[in-house]
Design a protein around this ligand. Sequence first.
Ligand code: GLN
Length: 469
Amino acid sequence: MLLDRQITELLAGYRDGSIDPVLVIEEAYANIKAHSQNLNTLISVVDKEKALKELSLLDKNLPLYGIPYVLKDSYVTPEIRTTCASKLLDDYVSPYSATVHQKLKNAGAILLAKGNQDAWGHGASTENSDYGMGKNPYDPERVVGGSSGGPAAAVALRMCSFAIGEDTGGSIRNPAAWNNILGLRVTYGRVSRYGCVAYASSMDTVGPFAKSAEDLAVVLGIIAGLDKYDATSSPEPVPDYAKAISTPLKKLKIGIADDMFGPGLDSEIAKNTRAFGSVLESMGCQLTSVSLPIAEVALAAYYIIAPSETSSNLARYDAVRYGGTRDLFSQETMRRIMIGSYDLSSGYYDAYYRKALKIRTILIETFKQAFKQCDVILMPENPIMPPKLGDLISDPLANMLADLYNTSVSLIGSPAIVVPSGFHANGLPIGVQLVGQKFEEATLLNLAHAYQAKTSWHLTKPAILEKKV
Ligand code: GLN
């Protein structure tokens, strides 16, 4: 399949005439047609004729000329509706583009579709969608992960070259791991959030999914940087990520977060994550143990701060300026609005919200200490493998536990990359999480790239893809 190739390979093929970009777009649409409806991968699809027309008008010298992508349906696009997977926004078409979309478009990439997700980013499975529960391409009886489940599956199913997700408390990392692809949660502020439907504004981040670290580097180089429309975007210079990928791996110190291998962690995931560490060691990295006894407390603080912020952000959907009425909010969203409003109410603010903020400060300090002993921290991405459809939605607490290892990273604002690291006995993919210091995306990409060069887990595609098309 043409879409098995990396972005740079496609671009080189377009340049020397060995690959026709029209055929790449056609292939993406064929995969969309074959799988999206069955698996509830996408919410809205751009007309094929429109995409091909766009391609025909593009300057061939653009850095992402003719590269097809999918956006999570939380990014506003004037070309096609933005629902955030909620019927409340069923017919909402934005008058403007999210910065991430505009930058990709300016670079010559072609938007094909908007991916399914948990509505408003609330969830870790894509079950909480008003457009059908997202199904896992590796086992359609199981969840795809979330909240950015659709965009992740779209990459796994070769419906695009790369996709853009959104990660507040794990929404890029979790579906990357469960779809055998890479996902990058960027440093808070690295990529503009302008035009991203807000969930929890102090933790929301915009980041890419791809089949390789190299593709992530190419995309990050385009979307990163200061944006006058997002006051929280950072003026930190954007390094040459593609160059960082190709530099030989430095002898990094990898901190293993031993505290995160405790009860509740699937034993095969534990083994797999430690084996990942051994591969890094064989590549010249040095392993060391770091103390991070914070997963549970981080999860508790996250589930105070995130609902508090979402209760405030969702107050704007008052049925005056935007279409549907508030009774279109799902149970999960109502639960979060109620918890958040309660946490912020006078009398409870100090007991909950302020306390959670104090925990956040302690977490920042704890990670600072850990990063004195290492360059990168290795931890599992998720304590469990993808459950059967319906299991998580009927057990909201279990749904939150899926974020156990993700939320501390979100609260401190650090970047983290998820890398495919093998398969579970049940046949489903596993991914591990590497956490870096702020604005050290280049280090994470370099490490992931070196690991991918040594292993081939990421080459295994969903079996349904091999059968069809
Ligand atoms: N599962 C987490 C939550 O529901 C993360 C969601 C996200 O990152 N958007 O809050």
